[in-house]
Design a protein around this ligand. Structure first.
Ligand code: FES
Ligand SMILES: [Fe+2]
Length: 423
């Protein structure tokens, strides 16, 4: 006789609890598929990382240009508000009314002097203090809140905040590590973004991908797929398998990547010819997208970083961007791009940056392919949770590398991840 459905479910559950939740061997170059869909693993990740003692990207500072600017943001599933008060100071607080819990702010960004809850109009200032309660003293002298009600006790819950590297970082922890200690060797790369520069917002985009957040983080650490999946890049000489690419995996799961800017002779008939594979005949109507790259940092390098658990800074040609990788569930991830230029840009430079920005983002020449691939991996890992992935390109260590064709960054991710998760 066939077992009842409930029995079948529970026996499958116990099989998962015992055998499959063990990491395969001790090799850091193996990744079990169940980590991408298991709901308990996901819940633990949120507790340990995103809601724990980590620093999370919530905004580029240029998204809050003037006093009164605010942005609705997220740290994983928790909605937060980022504000710039009348003194120019930046705050991050829960986007949750302290009266009945409704999300206070429903729009992406704006500018105002205060935050008014849509439900019963409790009013908070931009520091999160509760300033006004309608009918606090009742109607016609009767009712209202009790004498003991103290507005000072009902402000919005505030998060720890640091502004650095042209970005706003926040932590849910009451006792987060010092920001400088947390980011460690990433700090000079962050400071490079603002050295002699004043970032100016050029645009934002957002996309929801049907994949686990770790798949996105891995993809961004795996440079060599870009020479194979993204045919646009080698076709126009933007990336080759032997492109010099440094990758440093400092600590706490972070990674720093560096790559030299492609140098072009724009006066040549086909400025990309020397860097392109022989026989490549692809052409664009407007070659500016790939032929022009200013060395605006004066070191001929595009340097970026990924900060655990969900932040990334990357510069493609002249398009610096921050990306927030926001888990929306075990199999759903939202990616938000913030692209910026510099206050000193003239119109020509702004136009160039916007053209180059066609490389990145949900509908760009390049990254559109990642979304497709990641969703396909997710479907596969869910069907085969007992399967194991191999990340052995370039060896099995998780240290720094000078090669693009390497999976050191992924191995470093899981070395840190396993230790923090106790897996
Ligand atoms: S829920 Fe916000 S004022 Fe009532
Ligand atoms: Fe990619």
């Amino acid at each position: 006789m066939q077992a009842p459905l409930t029995d079948m479910r529970s026996s499958r559950q116990s099989a998962r609890d015992t055998a499959s939740l063990r990491w395969p061997g001790d090799a850091q170059s193996r990744v079990p598929a169940w980590i991408y869909s298991d709901p308990e693993i996901f819940a633990r990740e949120m507790q340990v990382f995103h809601h724990g003692p980590t620093w999370n990207l919530v905004a580029a500072e240029c998204e809050l240009p003037v006093a009164g600017s605010w942005k609705r943001s997220s740290i994983a599933d928790k909605s937060v508000l980022v504000t710039r008060d009348q003194n120019g100071e930046i705050h991050v607080m829960e986007n949750r009314c302290t009266h009945r819990g409704i999300a206070l702010c429903w729009k992406h960004r704006g500018q105002s002097r205060s935050i008014v809850c849509p439900y019963h109009n409790w009013t908070f200032d931009l520091k999160g203090a509760l300033k006004g309660v309608p009918f606090e003293h009742g109607t016609k002298g009767a009712g209202g809140m009790p004498e003991s009600f103290d507005k000072a006790q009902h402000g919005l819950r505030k998060l720890a905040v640091t502004v650095r590297g042209a970005a706003v970082w926040a932590s849910f922890s009451d006792n987060p590590p010092a920001f400088e200690d947390y980011v460690g060797p990433v700090l000079p790369v962050m400071d490079r973004i603002t050295t002699n520069r004043r970032p100016k917002l050029l645009g934002t985009s957002r996309q929801v991908i049907d994949c686990n957040w770790k798949l996105w983080m891995e993809n961004a650490r795996d440079g060599y797929h870009a020479t194979l999946l993204h045919t646009f890049l080698p076709a126009f000489g933007l990336l080759q398998p032997d492109t010099p690419m440094g990758q440093i995996t400092p600590h706490e799961g972070h990674v720093i990547t560096g790559q030299y800017l492609p140098v072009r002779d724009k006066t040549a008939a086909d400025p990309t010819a020397a860097a392109r594979p022989a026989g490549s005949r692809f052409l664009l109507n407007d070659m500016d997208v790939v032929t022009t790259a200013h060395d605006e940092f004066g070191d001929n390098q595009n340097i970026g970083f990924q900060l655990f658990p969900g932040a990334m800074y990357r510069q493609h040609l002249n398009i610096p961007s921050y990306r927030q990788i926001i888990p929306r569930g075990p199999r759903r991830t939202e990616v938000q791009w913030t692209i910026f230029g510099d206050e000193s840009d003239d119109e020509e430079m702004t136009l160039l940056r916007l053209k180059q920005a066609n490389l990145v983002g949900p509908a760009g020449f390049v990254l559109v392919e990642d979304s497709e691939v990641l969703a396909k991996i997710q479907a596969s890992v869910e069907s085969y949770p007992e399967s194991v992935q191999v990340t052995e390109m370039g060896g099995s260590d998780a240290g720094k590398t000078q090669r693009l064709v390497a999976e050191n960054g992924i191995r470093a991710f899981y070395t840190y991840y396993r230790a923090a998760m106790g897996l």
